[in-house]
Each structure stands twice: as structure tokens, then as C-alpha cells.
Design a protein around this ligand. Structure first.
Ligand SMILES: [Zn+2]
Length: 243
């Protein structure tokens, strides 16, 4: 195999590692975003329940004030009973008193029902708050994990960058340009083997004449289908069968 192809294969191995790390760096925050979304949904859920509970508290307050007023009204009516002269007026006031009492009993029942609703929501709010703090805790843990992971990735990337700088020194500029161009167009794979006259990059057959040239290993050969730099490979290599 030509020296330049050997160098490119080595360089590609480094570049694929770098790409792999960059992909992982991109993937990393996705999990976080999922938890952040969960936290936000839970916050909104909680806010809605708190709002409903506040409305119920206001409703209860209103009914209590109403009941207090009606209790005062009732006392006033009861006080008036003594001063009444005619039986007709007396009966009418008694009837009114009964009606106030009846309405107040209804008010009391309503207040109890609202209080029960408030209590039920209290339980729900507590559960939602607990769930929210669990999610927030998870978020903090995952953020910490991601931070240290990113730190590790960046250290690896820096190391690869140094390696790459040394490696490219031995590769002719034009070839390197072509390699970088192919790499960007072909999902990181610019140099591939040819096994049994089949390009391992695009899985197309290499025409016999070109294949003969390839076997001579004298000059750079490019796959006519995918334009990748190709080399003769007699043993399958897992790394070259990707993408
Ligand atoms: Zn090809």
C-alpha cells in the first residue's frame, strides 16, 4: 500500500474518533432537555392546581362572609319578633326566619364541601411538589454527569487535535484538501477498502480495469461511484464496513 494511503487511513481513524466524540457531545444535552421539559410540565401542572385551590379559598371566604351576614340578619329578625303586634306579621317573620335558617344550613354544607375540595387539592399539591423536587434533583445529577463527561470529551478532543496536527504534516496539501472534502460529504468516511472488487464505502463494483490499477498500488485511485479514495483490501475490516 502507498505510504500516503496508509497515512490517510491513520488520519481517518483519528478523525472518526473525533467525530464520534463530537456526536456524543451533541447527543448529551438531549437527555437533559427531556428532563427539563418534564420539570417544566410539572411546574405548570402545579401552578394550575395552586390556582384552582386559590379560587376555592376565595369561594370559601365569600361563603363565610355571606353566612356571617345572614347569621346577623337572623339575629335581627329574631330580635324583632318581640316587638311585633299582629299575628299576621308574626307569622310572616317566623317564615322569614325559617327560610334564613334553611339557607344558612345550605351555606354551611357548601362551605364544608369546598373545604373538602381544598383539602383534597392540598394532598395533590404536596404530591406534585414532591415529584417536582425529584425531577429537579435528577436534573442536577444529570447536569453534573454531563459536565464531567464534557470535560472528559474536551480533553480527548484536545489530545486528538495534537495528534492530527502531527499527522497532516506528512500528507500533501492537495490530497489533504480532497480528503477533508470527501470526509465532509461522505459522513466522515473518505478512505475505504475495496474487497472482492466491491467498494466498501458505497458497495458498488469497481470496473475490472480500474481494479487492476488498484491492485498495482501505484497511484491514488478513486471510486467511480462515491469518489472516495480506495485501496485494495484482502481481509475484511469491520471499521471500513461502516457507513
Ligand atoms: Zn464507492
Amino acid at each position: 500500500m502507498q505510504q500516503e494511503v496508509k497515512l490517510l487511513i491513520k488520519l481517518q481513524a483519528v478523525d472518526l474518533e473525533v467525530k464520534h466524540i463530537q456526536d456524543k457531545k451533541e447527543e448529551g444535552p438531549k437527555g437533559l432537555r427531556h428532563i427539563e421539559k418534564k420539570a417544566k410540565e410539572q411546574e405548570e401542572d402545579l401552578k394550575a392546581v395552586l390556582g384552582t385551590q386559590e379560587e376555592l379559598k376565595q369561594k370559601k371566604k365569600g361563603k363565610e362572609t355571606e353566612l356571617e351576614d345572614e347569621i346577623a340578619h337572623l339575629k335581627k329578625c329574631q330580635g324583632k319578633l318581640m316587638a311585633i303586634k299582629t299575628n299576621r306579621e308574626y307569622q310572616a317573620l317566623l317564615k322569614e326566619i325559617e327560610e334564613i335558617k334553611k339557607a344558612n344550613r345550605k351555606r354551611e354544607d357548601e362551605i364544608v364541601a369546598v373545604m373538602e375540595d381544598i383539602e383534597r387539592l392540598e394532598k395533590e399539591i404536596k404530591e406534585k411538589q414532591e415529584e417536582l423536587s425529584k425531577i429537579r434533583e435528577e436534573l442536577t445529577i444529570e447536569k453534573g454527569k454531563l459536565d464531567s463527561l464534557f470535560h472528559k470529551y474536551d480533553k480527548e478532543l484536545a489530545k486528538f487535535e495534537v495528534n492530527r496536527k502531527t499527522m497532516v504534516k506528512d500528507i500533501p496539501e492537495e490530497l489533504l484538501k480532497r480528503y477533508d472534502f470527501l470526509r465532509s460529504k461522505r459522513n466522515g468516511l473518505a478512505v475505504v477498502g475495496v474487497l472482492n472488487a466491491v467498494c466498501l464505502g458505497c458497495h458498488m463494483n469497481i470496473p475490472p480495469q480500474l481494479y487492476n490499477e488498484l491492485l498495482k498500488e501505484k497511484k491514488m485511485i478513486y471510486c467511480p461511484s462515491c469518489q472516495r479514495i480506495i485501496y485494495y483490501q484482502d481481509v475484511p475490516k469491520a471499521a471500513n464496513e461502516k457507513g
